[in-house]
Write a protein that binds this ligand. Structure first.
Ligand code: NAD
Length: 428
């Protein structure tokens, strides 16, 4: 898919979408107008330009962003994305979604998001390390373990987090360094990362689908699913779906789309991407298909796990799935959602469906803060319990308020924030 073509729509669309989703839920609960004003704006918008020496000794100047939407429930929390579509509006939209997500999950966090406007595939590993370190240095104390805690997102990973941590710690006085271990989450295990954080988002996506299936009395065994994005979220969601007996029928990534009616082995495809620069291109056990046809593939469940605004009024009517489980942030736009809901398609909204990631991050942060190390089983068990609580609350609210699941999720998130503002008042 042409990144340049989708980027203009995304930049405009994501912020508009998140605001429309917020306004819709705020209207249902008749949100206090003053609190609506506060939640409609972002607290801080940080833009940094920084120079980095390239492998060929030339200097390139990059632009990085960190938008902090709201911290009334706790420190800002949210990922860092390296992608050409990253800009202020994209970071604002994604930061707002983080506020609703952490609030819905009942975590002591606010919402933030950021990243660098960059096509990371064009840079060597050594260049990406220098870019990341210089970005961290440029952000300075705009991030911090009790203030704003980044995590991985599109094209960033545990290695990126280790570089951020090392740079951040190195700028602190020696005696303070280890007290900063929780400045980022999603770190490698050897660097203070948590067991299970790697799979937390995808596992949460799978659990949401499992809870939905239990509620609908649907057996996931033999059900066909398609996945857009085969990175951290797409792979782990597929891994757990396959373990449950579901069949992966199609995959789309930044380089193209593939399908196989009889099923694609998740692990074989993953191995292929490890040897192929992360790409699904050239996988021998599936056929390439037109990217425009991807969402029309015959399936029961569709798991968008790449970028925002992928399901729109243009393609929503052709989707065969009866369930959209949003692994990505903002994959369905408001108009696309209207079409799907009218057709009776269920949508597990992003702020619920992919919240396993930030819940896993919270567990990592707690372990770092308390000097604890938890086992994988303990992390996954706690994650399931927390996600189950959120899922049931959303389902309940959707029934009592007679609204769709996204509006229900937003209502729960907004009401928690409203409570804190009502109790605390506005300074001075
Ligand atoms: P990733 O970088 O690991 O993988 C991204 C995948 O999306 C890759 O397979 C890439 O090829 C594909 N992709 C990129 N552009 C595409 C396009 N135009 N069309 C189709 N596929 C495309 O990223 P990730 O961490 O898996 O994140 C994916 C989504 O999940 C993002 O929306 C992110 O915000 C969201 N998310 C991630 C986490 C997390 O813990 N990583 C948590 C919550 C939400």
């Amino acid at each position: 898919m042409e990144v340049e073509n989708i980027s203009k729509e995304q930049k405009r669309g994501m912020l508009e979408n998140v605001m429309r989703q917020f306004d819709n839920a705020a209207d249902v609960i008749d949100l206090n107008p003053n609190i609506r004003k506060i939640l409609s704006i972002t607290n801080n918008e940080i833009v940094v330009h920084f120079p980095v020496k390239m492998d060929n000794n030339e200097v390139e100047v990059f632009t990085g962003y960190r938008v902090q939407h709201n911290n009334s429930l706790g420190p800002y929390k949210g990922g860092l994305r390296y992608h050409p579509t990253v800009d202020l509006d994209a970071a604002k939209a994604l930061a707002m979604w983080m506020t609703w997500k952490t609030s819905l999950a009942g975590l002591p966090y606010g919402g933030a998001k950021g990243g660098i406007q960059i096509d990371s595939s064009k840079y060597s590993m050594a260049e990406l390390e220098r870019i990341t370190r210089r970005f961290t240095y440029a952000l300075g104390d705009n991030i911090g373990p009790e203030f704003d805690i980044p995590a991985p997102d599109v094209n960033t990973n545990p290695q990126t987090m280790a570089w951020i941590l090392d740079t951040f710690m190195s700028t602190k006085a020696p005696a303070e360094r280890s007290a900063n271990l929780h400045v980022v989450t999603g770190k490698p295990i050897g660097t203070g990362g948590s067991e299970g954080r790697d799979r937390a988002t995808g596992y949460g996506v799978f659990l949401s689908i499992k809870f939905w299936a239990e509620n609908k009395k649907v057996n996931l065994k033999g059900k066909k699913f398609i996945v857009q994005g085969f990175g951290n979220v797409g792979y782990w969601a597929s891994h757990f779906m396959e373990k449950e007996g579901a069949i992966l029928a199609g995959v789309q990534d930044a380089d193209g789309s593939i399908a196989n009616k009889t099923g694609i082995s998740v692990e074989k495809l993953w191995e292929h991407t490890r040897e192929n620069n992360g790409s699904i291109q050239g996988f021998p056990f599936a056929s390439p298909i037109e990217s425009d046809y991807f969402f029309q593939l015959s399936c029961d469940i569709c798991i968008p796990s790449a970028l925002g605004n992928q399901i729109t009024a243009k393609n929503a009517s052709k989707i065969k799935a009866v369930l959209i489980a949003e692994g990505a942030n903002g994959p369905t736009d408001v108009e696309g959602e209207k079409v799907l809901l009218a057709r009776g398609v269920d949508i597990i909204p992003d702020i619920l469906c992919n919240s396993g990631g930030v819940i896993g991050s919270y567990f990592e942060w707690l372990q770092n803060r308390n000097g604890e190390i938890w086992q994988l089983e303990e992390v996954l068990m706690k994650l399931e319990k927390k996600l189950n609580e959120s899922f049931n609350k959303v389902l309940q609210t959707s029934k009592t308020r007679k609204v769709d699941m996204r509006t229900a999720a937003f209502i729960i998130a907004i009401e928690r924030l409203e409570r804190t503002y009502v109790e605390r008042g506005i300074f001075p």
